[in-house]
Design a protein around this ligand. Structure first.
Ligand SMILES: O=C(O)CCC(=O)C(=O)O
Length: 276
C-alpha cells in the first residue's frame, strides 16, 4: 500500500507556519459521496423541522449525531426551506457511521498526521462546518487546542480540514496567522456574536493584515496545528462552503475534562496508561 507521507519541505512549512495545504487528496467522486452522506444525516436530523417543529435551542440530535442550525435560522430571522441550507454544523457522525470511520482512518490522512503528530493517534472530534449561502456566519479568530480537554496544548493536536466545496474568500475559506502556533494561548475571551458564545482570541490585538487566505478546491486538505490562530469569514456568496474536519490528538495527551472521560478512539499506534 502506498505510504502518503509528507516531504521534508512540507514538514518545514508546517513547523514554521503551523499549517500545510495538500492539494487533491480526495477525488471528486469521494467528495460527492461524503457530501451525500452528510446530507443524509442533516436531512434526517432536521426532518421534524419541516413540519414546523421547533428545536430545543439551536441544535437537534439524531442517533447521537448533532446538527446545529445557522443562527439566523435558529432565531427565526431567515426561513430556509432546504434543510441542507439551514445547518451551520454537524458533528459526532464517526461513532454511528462506518462510512465516516473509514474516512477518518484513511491512510491519506493518517500517514500525514503521523508524520506531523507522531505514531499514536486518537480521534478527538469529527465535524463538518457548512457555511450556507448568504447566511453562513464567520468563525472568529481562535486556536483549537484551548477548546479541548487535553494537556499539553502544543504539538498535541492536528486538524485535517477537508474542502468539500470550492472555498474562496467570498464564501468563507480558511485564513491563518502563520507562525502563531508559537505565540502561546491567545484564545482567552468569549465573543457572543450571533449568540454562538465562541471562545476566541481578541482580534483587536492581532495583526490580521499578516493573515494568509487559503482558497481550496474540493478534495484539498489543510492540516493545521492545534495552537495556530485561524478564522473563516461569513459566506456572502450564493455557493455553499462545506468542509469536513477531523481533530486528531496524540494518544499521549492527558485528559483534563470532567469525569467520566469520554472514550476517544485509537486510530493508530498504542494507548498510554496516563494518556487520553
Ligand atoms: O471551517 C471553518 O469555517 C472553521 C473551522 C475551524 O475554525 C475549526 O475547525 O476550528
Amino acid at each position: 500500500m502506498a505510504h502518503h507521507t509528507i516531504t521534508t519541505s512540507e514538514k518545514e512549512v508546517f513547523d514554521q507556519q503551523g499549517f500545510l495545504v495538500v492539494r487533491q487528496v480526495f477525488s471528486a467522486e469521494e467528495v460527492l459521496a461524503i457530501k451525500d452522506r452528510l446530507a443524509y444525516w442533516i436531512s434526517r436530523a432536521l426532518s421534524g423541522l419541516k413540519e414546523g417543529q421547533k428545536p430545543e435551542g439551536d441544535t437537534v440530535s439524531c442517533e447521537g449525531v448533532l446538527v446545529q442550525l445557522e443562527p439566523l435560522v435558529a432565531q427565526g430571522k431567515v426561513s430556509v426551506s432546504d434543510p441542507l441550507k439551514a445547518a451551520r454544523k454537524i458533528w459526532n457522525f464517526v461513532a454511528p457511521d462506518a462510512f465516516f470511520w473509514k474516512i477518518a482512518s484513511d491512510p491519506r490522512l493518517l500517514d500525514r498526521v503521523a508524520a506531523l503528530l507522531g505514531p499514536d493517534i486518537k480521534l478527538y472530534a469529527d465535524k463538518a462546518l457548512l457555511k450556507p449561502p448568504e447566511i453562513g456566519v464567520e468563525k472568529p479568530w481562535h486556536q483549537d487546542a484551548p477548546y479541548f480537554a487535553i494537556e499539553p496544548k502544543e504539538n498535541a493536536h492536528v486538524a485535517a480540514w477537508i474542502a468539500l466545496d470550492k472555498a474562496t474568500k467570498e464564501n468563507g475559506c480558511m485564513e491563518y496567522l502563520p507562525g502563531s502556533h508559537r505565540w502561546g494561548n491567545l484564545t482567552t475571551t468569549t465573543t457572543d456574536t450571533y449568540g454562538l458564545g465562541h471562545l476566541a482570541a481578541d482580534a483587536t490585538q492581532l495583526d490580521t493584515s499578516q493573515a494568509v487566505t487559503v482558497e481550496a478546491d474540493p478534495g484539498d486538505v489543510v492540516f493545521h496545528e492545534g495552537m495556530v490562530l485561524h478564522y473563516s469569514g461569513p459566506n456572502r456568496s450564493p455557493q455553499p462552503r462545506w468542509a469536513l474536519i477531523f481533530d486528531y490528538v496524540s494518544a499521549r495527551c492527558r485528559y483534563t475534562g470532567p469525569e467520566p472521560k469520554p472514550s476517544y478512539p485509537l486510530l493508530r499506534g498504542k494507548e498510554y496508561p496516563d494518556g487520553l
